[in-house]
Design a binder for this molecule. Structure first.
Ligand code: MLT
Length: 441
């Protein structure tokens, strides 16, 4: 079966197969195009052993951590080699690791595991690993892991130049965009699959992993899930945040991927950006999926709340913003039945910069009222809302749907504001049904 990825996964056996030019050469940092082998880390295949599985006979979260670690050693050995660290007198100690468990794996399954550096900081490295089952190309689990460089006494040490140049001088994820001459920020994006384009825009204060299930499952579409400016890897500008900027960034991304038109799905703030795309770049939008969002502008009270949250971000940091928002992001059923999603959302918040958070709050505060736009929408439109969404409740979605000349609406049972994460299969299913009916050219 062909891998459902933006690039081939046939495993090159040597480190050098992954570099078209030497590490450190600026040419390596060209934006990877669809199909390019861009990762410096050769993926490896690992077999699941029965002794690694739990009483139900499958790999649990803890066992996944070990499998990912086993794969990392192998990747390191086949890639830059362990001596990269010993020669630089530092060791990458794991500071934080979070497994996103999507599907079970069983004894005998062969998993292809890749590793991609997302960020090189002053003393830290952030990496993402994915485990894909070889026989059916299903994405089973993802790991987000943060390493801190420690010296021989266990103290944090700066990332040595050689290590930074190996890990930081190239785009690190399949489909990820490096700096584009036309744009002034570099966005990271998951790009997967072939077919007409589906652009998935996350909300605030989330990241592209919100769409993990949709990126993994909406076959027949080229799924493009970027991080917005200020969030995730590569660039986090100090200022210059607005709906216009977000929309223009995404158009640069589409240009870079040679995508003329896309069905645009936006969750909450992603929906506000989708409206901006309609205002500024209508010819690029072939369909709309408005998820847990609203068309009206902020009230005076909402503006004041944004400003209070900006102050929290400045004074207390990202964690405090996450804690303030979390109770209203996930629905009450999800909070009770899927508590593992809470740390996942916290992790997304941590991937923002303070400037990015403050910028996004300002951009939302100042966004225009999109209500007058609704009656002009002439592309197929689906409105999706979690029935327990408190931030953008179903009544708003109903009003939006009736103002758009031709829109359908679906309510997702037992989900809150983050329905694609809380009820991923249900949301992917309604999206797939809608996409089926969207004209493909
Ligand atoms: C979001 O999820 O993007 C935000 O909650 C939107 C907002 O605060 O208006």
């Amino acid at each position: 079966m062909a891998p459902d990825r933006g690039r081939p996964y046939s495993s090159p056996q040597r480190w050098s197969d992954y570099f078209s030019v030497a590490p450190g050469n600026p040419d390596v940092a060209r934006p990877p195009l669809h199909g390019d082998p861009v990762s410096p880390f050769p993926p490896v295949e690992v077999t699941v052993y029965s002794y690694e599985c739990d009483a139900f006979g499958h790999l649990n979260q803890a066992a996944y951590l070990e499998v990912f670690e086993r794969a990392r050693w192998e990747i390191l050995a086949r890639g830059p080699g362990v001596e990269l660290f010993s020669r630089n007198k530092v060791w990458p100690a794991v500071r934080r690791a979070a497994v996103d468990y999507l599907l079970p794996a069983f004894p005998g399954d062969v998993l292809r595991v890749d590793a991609e550096v997302e960020k090189v900081g002053g003393t830290s490295l952030e990496m993402r690993q994915r485990a894909v089952r070889v026989k059916d190309e299903k994405l089973l689990a993802e790991l987000h892991i943060v390493f801190v460089m420690v010296d021989k006494d266990g103290r944090p040490a700066p990332v040595p130049a050689e290590i930074a140049s190996v890990f930081g001088s190239h785009p690190s994820r399949p489909g990820e965009m490096a700096r584009d001459g036309a744009a002034d920020v570099a966005l990271a994006a998951d790009v997967r699959g072939d077919g007409p384009a589906l652009l998935l825009i996350h909300g605030f204060p989330l990241d592209r992993s919100l769409w993990t299930h949709q990126v993994a499952t909406l076959k027949g579409w080229r799924r493009i899930a970027p991080d917005l400016r200020g969030c995730g890897v590569l660039d986090t500008p100090e200022d210059d945040y607005s709906m216009v900027r977000y929309a223009d960034d995404l158009v640069h991304l589409l240009d870079r991927l040679q995508v003329e038109k896309a069905v645009v799905a936006g969750l909450s703030m992603g929906g506000y950006i989708a409206f901006e795309l309609l205002r500024r770049h209508r010819q690029r939008v072939s369909g709309l999926i408005l998820v847990d969002t609203r068309a009206d502008a902020d009230t005076a009270e909402a503006r004041a709340t944004r400003e209070a949250l900006m102050k929290v971000a400045h004074d207390e940091g990202l964690g405090a913003v996450g804690e303030r928002m979390l109770p209203r992001l996930l629905g009450r059923t999800t909070q009770r039945t899927q508590p593992h999603l809470v740390p996942q959302v916290r992790e997304m918040v941590r991937r923002w910069s303070v400037a990015g958070i403050v910028g996004a709050l300002g951009a939302m505060r100042d966004r225009p009222d999109s209500t007058p736009l609704l009656q002009t929408i002439d592309v197929p439109t689906l409105v999706v809302v979690g029935e327990e969404d408190e931030l953008t409740p179903p009544a708003l979605s109903r009003a939006m749907t009736s103002a758009i000349p031709s829109a359908a609406m679906t309510t997702i049972a037992a989900a809150g504001h983050l329905s694609p994460l809380e009820a991923p299969s249900a949301v992917s299913r309604v999206m797939a049904e809608f996409l089926e009916a969207v004209p493909k050219s």
